[in-house]
Design a protein around this ligand. Structure first.
Ligand code: HPA
Ligand code: ZN
Length: 322
């Protein structure tokens, strides 16, 4: 008999990346949106990516089926049901407001819909949650600032800001003003850095944006001084192993630097990123690295413990999980 999934926190999860083909087709029908794929199988056949951009093109195209508050609530509820089955006890969830407002969907529609599902999650699924509002780094700094101001009335529902989308050519320093405003407003800060971009982008996220965690950060291993800094400050890194393989950040899972990162003393966690696209949810990622890298139970327990150490929880709640 197999063991139940280890209790864990999920800290790197794009809610739009949990849109499974089945729900995408259901929402397309509900909203009268025409998809450029005749069947779910045809859509799934397109899930073969050469890099981050080739994924993002499909990710943004498919999310056009999300239009109403109910759509966002249904999307988040479907994720939470799957997360519960994968041992997730706490989830910190990214959303991309600009990907919706650019299509004429109000930011309040997005936040209200997501919040409805998240507010029900403790009683319904035994999962606590946080919401992280991401800025699209391939959009302008002005657009990020306008998005932050549009979200101001809803900031009590948002725990942190993040930075995602096409990394190379869009360094963290581009967003220094909006991160300063977020910190002034008492929000935590995270940023994708060192996924496809160089170690210099991780330095900028730390020193210019003042982030509390780095999302991905695999390429930090190319810079010994950066590793020393991340270890000294115990800055958490939210790794996404199956994502790294699907987006060709690494060739195969057996090559993943996760064991070397743990050996270096880095505070690493394992997460699913965009599970509908990358072949697995939170525990699927744990199982995949266990099998490909030969991790023992104690190492898996360390990864799970790290996820709670790195979570934006108050100390009393955190203690419940450690
Ligand atoms: N990287 C950058 N941006 C993203 C990703 C990712 O893996 N997923 C969704 N937006
Ligand atoms: Zn991501």
């Amino acid at each position: 008999m197999s063991l139940p999934p280890i209790p864990k926190a999920e800290l790197h999860l794009h809610i739009e990346g949990t849109l499974e083909p089945e729900l995408a087709f259901a929402l397309a029908a509900r909203n009268g949106v025409e998809l450029p794929y005749a069947t779910q199988d045809e859509l799934r056949a397109a899930y073969s990516f050469s890099d981050l951009q080739s994924f993002l093109d499909l990710y943004y195209a498919l999310m056009t089926v999300l239009r109403t508050e109910d759509d966002f609530a249904d999307l988040a509820d479907a994720y939470l049901a799957r997360a519960q089955a994968q041992g997730v006890r706490h989830a910190e969830i990214f959303f991309d407001p600009q990907a919706h407002t650019a299509r004429g969907v109000e930011i309040d529609t997005v936040i209200e819909g997501l919040t409805r599902a998240l507010d029900a999650a403790p009683a319904k699924y035994g999962i606590s949650t946080r919401l992280i509002m991401c800025f699209l780094r391939d959009e302008s700094a002005e657009s990020a600032l306008a998005t932050f101001e549009a979200a101001r009335p809803q900031l009590h529902r948002i725990a942190a800001v993040g930075l995602d989308s096409a990394e190379v050519g869009n360094p963290p320093s581009k967003f220094r003003e909006v991160y300063a405003l977020a910190r002034e407003a008492g929000l935590k800060c995270v940023a994708h850095a060192g996924e496809e971009g160089p170690p210099a982008y991780v330095w900028e996220a730390l020193d210019i944006l003042g982030v509390d965690r780095i999302d991905h950060g695999v390429r930090a291993m190319e810079d010994d001084a950066l590793v020393a800094r991340l270890v000294a400050d115990q800055v958490p890194l939210t790794l996404c192993p199956l994502s790294n393989v699907r987006l060709r950040v690494i060739d195969e899972l057996a090559d993943h630097p996760l064991p070397a990162m743990l050996d270096a003393g880095l505070l690493v966690t394992v997460n699913s990123d965009d599970p509908a696209y990358f072949g697995g949810y939170a525990d699927d990622n744990f199982t995949a690295v266990r099998d490909a890298l030969g991790l023992d139970l104690e190492t898996l327990r360390t990864l799970a413990r790290n996820s709670f150490l790195a979570a934006f929880l108050d100390d009393e709640t955190r203690a419940l999980y450690l």
